[in-house]
Design a binder for this molecule. Structure first.
Ligand code: 13P
Ligand code: SF4
Length: 313
């Protein structure tokens, strides 16, 4: 990767290359604000997967983490999919290697395997259906009553779904390193200091924290709640990158990010998401790498459970 000349205006270059390459820039809500402002489309995991599936752009620059870019490639294989930093992983995806999921499935042949989209293509390929945080309830409810369920890899989302749907599920014990770090104690202190603020939380948070939430949902659902609930002050129990869009949509509101457990740390920021930078975005548009590749056999196997999810609407 060659260095960027100091005199280069990378914002101008990104505009030029975006047209020249017929590229679309997709960004998750947890990306840094500068990347969100450059994106053609910003969204949650499901919205971005649909945008990737439906785009006629020749290049998809995926500003998010690896499993998201991989999903874009599975859904739209004729496009070049690039990710600004290939090391942008996810602790949930890392917690669940495909051979281990395959073994779990083999030990439980009667079960339906539901995997959260935060997993590798290999895990998707061994799953019956995929869900995201915005459609997970609907996906679980689509499984016939009485059919046992294995849910991977997020034990917190799984536990939340058990409470919401009343369905029994065996849970893989993965967690998100960002959402598991939020402190209940900090939350109680913030709630006491801001009694009028509503607590909004992503279902990847620990159950102990979720019981304080006035609204639980995917990133897009949290964003919608801050815009439509009529409330003005919010304690935000998810990655604070989302606050950029909240402030843009409703600048008059106040958004208080919930800190992580260690004082002064930035551990409420996803270290994987934050690996992407505007400079790396420019370089991947210029060099068309790092590119997402997979074998056609793996792609086709991983596509099936994603299509089942998409069919649910
Ligand atoms: P959303 O689908 O809600 O955007 O969640 C993605 C994610 O990685 C949350 O940590
Ligand atoms: Fe994965 Fe958590 Fe980062 Fe989302 S916030 S990408 S679940 S590590």
């Amino acid at each position: 990767m060659s260095a960027i000349p100091a005199e280069l205006d990378i914002y101008e270059e990104i505009e030029r290359l975006r047209k020249e390459r017929k590229a679309v820039i997709l960004a998750h809500y947890y990306q840094e604000s500068e990347i969100q402002d450059l994106a053609d489309y910003i969204g949650d995991s499901l919205q971005l997967a649909k945008a990737a599936r439906d785009t006629d752009a020749e290049v998809i620059v995926f500003c998010g983490v690896h499993f998201m870019a991989e999903t874009a490639k599975i859904l739209n294989p004729t496009r070049t999919v690039v990710l600004p930093d290939l090391a942008a992983g996810c602790s949930l995806a890392d917690s669940c290697p495909a051979p281990a999921l395959a073994a779990w499935r083999e030990q439980n042949p009667e079960h339906v395997v539901v995997s959260y989209i935060n997993c590798s293509a290999g895990v998707k390929a061994h799953s019956d259906i995929i869900c995201t945080s915005s459609n997970a309830k609907r996906v679980i409810e689509s499984i016939p009553e009485g059919k046992p369920i294995l849910f991977a890899p997020d034990r917190n989302l799984g536990a939340y779904l058990i409470r919401e749907t009343g369905r029994e599920m065996d849970l893989w014990q993965g967690t998100c390193i960002v959402h598991e770090t939020f402190s209940e104690r900090e939350l109680i202190d913030l709630m006491a200091a801001n009694p009028d603020a509503k607590v909004i939380a992503h279902p990847e948070c620990e159950p102990a924290l979720l019981r304080y939430a006035h609204h639980i949902g995917s990133t897009s659902s949290l964003l919608r709640y801050t815009a439509e609930s009529g409330h003005k002050r919010f304690i935000v129990a998810t990655e604070p990158g989302i606050i950029h869009q909240m402030e843009k949509a409703n600048p008059g509101n106040e958004y208080i990010p919930l800190p992580g457990q260690d004082e002064g740390c930035a551990c409420n920021e996803c270290p994987f998401m934050r690996l992407n930078t505007v400079e790396k975005l420019y370089l991947c548009l210029r060099d068309l790498k790092p590119e997402i590749h997979m074998t056609e056999a793996l792609r086709v196997a991983a596509l099936k459970p994603l299509e089942r999810m998409m069919e649910l609407g």
